[in-house]
Design a protein around this ligand. Structure first.
Ligand code: ADP
Length: 259
């Protein structure tokens, strides 16, 4: 199964060895103008290693959403550059950027965002169908099986628990074989047990398929599932922990202001 899932490396990446899956290069984002201007990100540079699971944490208003939105190409930086692999997103026209967002980045939101009128199978294949891309049946089955939802493929979201709905959302994010999956508080609406199942699933997908995952969270336990945690404070990078434990993360958080 692994060989099917793993994204092939380009020649340039092989030469470079450890090319980043995504990269922010001196990114600043300022909302508004004049006296009302807010600096949401202030000269942030960060590499997301390919095949890693990265958590992003910081107090409310520290720039986490802006960080994720800039990586996703949903927000254009005021200055600096954002790269998805070799592609510089700022250099793309809107139509090309839309295609990159649709085909090369998967999203998982706190609120699942599934279409209630569609079955699990239809939800998972919606994005490729919108761009007229065929999804082969074997691949769809493999993804649904991996997230543990194959037997529920014909159910609608209201016939599923929150944890199951989030696993469908993860399948939807993976179906295009994206370069990276970006998750915004994916366990925020779940009870502890379902949340941990979702986090274990992310961990498994990263370990077994080489998928790259970036997750914003405020939960030290959730962050401890990641390979590394990057901290933001006032729009700036405020440190990083490798192989974090919940206690280490919680300790770091207490030094970074109000959560
Ligand atoms: P976080 O996700 O850590 O709570 P955000 O990235 O949402 O932080 O916000 C960082 C700062 O930028 C905050 O001060 C917020 O009020 C401001 N901000 C975010 N989005 C906008 C916007 N669209 N317009 C104006 N200010 C914004």
């Amino acid at each position: 199964m692994t060989s099917v899932w793993r994204r092939s490396t380009t020649a340039t990446e092989q030469i470079q060895g450890t090319a980043a899956a995504m990269r922010l290069d001196s990114v600043s984002k300022i909302y508004g103008e004049g006296t009302g201007a807010v600096t949401a990100l202030d000269d942030v540079s960060f590499d997301v290693p390919r095949g890693s699971f990265t958590a992003v944490m910081g107090p409310s208003g520290s720039g986490k959403s802006t960080f994720l939105h800039c990586l996703a190409g949903l927000d254009r930086p005021s200055s600096g550059h954002v790269y998805l692999g070799e592609t510089e997103l700022g250099g793309l026209k809107e139509s090309a950027l839309t295609a990159v967002r649709r085909e090369r980045i998967g999203y998982v939101f706190q609120a699942y965002n599934l279409m209630s009128a569609l079955t699990v199978r239809q939800n998972v294949t919606l994005v490729p169908r919108l761009s007229n891309t065929a999804v082969d049946e074997a691949w769809l089955r493999e993804i649904l099986e991996r997230v543990g939802m194959l037997q529920y493929a014909d159910r609608r979201p209201n016939q599923l628990s929150g944890g199951q709905q989030q696993r469908v959302a993860i399948a939807r994010a993976l179906v295009t074989r994206p370069d990276a999956v970006l998750a915004d508080e994916p366990t925020g609406a779940l009870d502890t047990r379902s949340g941990q199942e979702v986090l274990r699933l992310f961990r498994q997908i990263v370990d077994e398929t080489g998928q790259t995952v970036v997750m914003v969270t405020h939960d030290p336990v959730a962050a401890s599932f990641a390979d590394s945690v990057v901290f933001l404070a006032d729009g700036r990078l405020a440190g990083q922990l490798q192989r974090p434990t919940p206690d280490q993360v919680a300790d770091r958080m207490t030094h970074l202001g109000n959560w």
